[in-house]
Write a protein that binds this ligand. Structure first.
Ligand code: NDP
Length: 277
């Protein structure tokens, strides 16, 4: 049976095995998907061993996405621009590296949440790996404007400069949180890791235009601190990143198996489990 896995450290918390097992059942694909704990200094070794024992592909999570980028012998353009790889596919004489996080985000926004990104004014908070991975797919969906705001302004400015050639007709700019005062957005995406520590990026009030969506890449039971603050500040809708997680998994599954799973029942089941936990 073809073997796949998610590799990370830590890994026990990962929901990927459950998601991919559901995809495999649904599409009738005969495969096994495991969780693989790699030593912090043993990523390449763990990957080589998995491949030697029949591994066909891997999802890669914290802290190995940069090492996976380096290990890939060829990369998709979106992985190249993201500077990180979350999906490896083992071919006869090559290792393909892809990054499905940004595509998963866009699919969650457009297909699951029904938001048309074309013409949107988007605010992207953060300038780390998740932000960088989201930029190319977001710009490809032809927003009117995309602003990157980060605590360390120089990192946001560097990303805006790097992605300027990909902006097309969109206005792409970067700033710190204070400089957002008085501006309005249709979509605000929290790609900072502040929620992980129960914290909030210090945003000025009044950022949400009429009908705006606030999206936190983090997920969990109930509202994250960012979602709660966005509601209080007038966001018409809020969403967490569980849909992004399921959609990036579906992108990886499609790359490996050439079959696109139906994500809706898998997302609904995960949501039931998280809300009931
Ligand atoms: P990184 O460590 O690469 O980047 C963290 C970013 O958060 C930096 O821009 C940092 O700012 C900023 N930050 C951290 N703490 C604060 C704070 N208290 N106030 C303001 N800004 C802060 O993390 P990632 O990009 O890898 O991940 C970001 C988030 O996205 C995480 O919550 C992660 O769980 C989530 N994620 C979700 C996915 C999904 O499928 N749903 C997939 C991938 C990520 P500075 O540069 O100033 O340090």
């Amino acid at each position: 049976m073809d073997r796949y896995a998610v590799v990370g450290n830590p890994i026990a918390h990962s929901r990927s095995p459950q998601i991919h097992a559901a995809f495999a059942r649904q599409t009738g694909q005969a495969l096994r998907y495991e969780a693989l704990l790699a030593p912090v200094d043993g990523f390449a070794r763990t990957v080589a061993d998995f491949r030697a024992h029949g591994g066909r592909g891997l999802n890669v999570t914290v802290p190995f996405k940069l090492e996976a980028f380096a290990l890939a012998t060829r990369r998709t353009p979106r992985a190249e621009m993201a500077g990180a790889v979350n999906t490896l596919a083992f071919e006869a004489d090559a290792i393909l590296g892809d990054n499905t996080d940004g595509a998963g985000l866009v699919r969650d926004l457009e297909a699951n949440l029904g938001l048309a990104l074309a013409g949107c004014r988007i605010l992207l908070l953060g300038a780390g790996g998740a932000c960088r991975g989201a930029l190319l797919p977001l710009l490809a969906s032809q927003p009117a404007a995309l602003t990157i705001a980060n605590r360390s302004v120089d990192k946001a400015a560097a990303l805006a400069a790097l992605f300027a050639p990909e902006a097309g007709a969109a206005t792409l700019d970067a700033c710190g949180f204070d400089a957002l005062a008085g501006r309005r957005f249709d979509l605000v995406i929290n790609a900072t890791s502040a929620s992980l520590a129960g914290a909030l990026p210090p945003l000025p009030p009044g950022l949400y235009a009429e009908g705006a969506l606030a999206y936190d890449m983090m997920y969990g039971r109930g509202d994250t601190p960012f979602m709660a603050a966005a509601r209080a500040d007038g966001a018409a809708r809020v969403a967490d990143g569980l849909g992004m997680l399921v959609e990036q998994a579906a992108e990886s599954f499609t790359l490996w198996r050439d079959v696109r799973p139906d994500t809706a029942p898998v997302l609904a089941e995960l949501r039931r489990q998280i809300d009931g936990s």
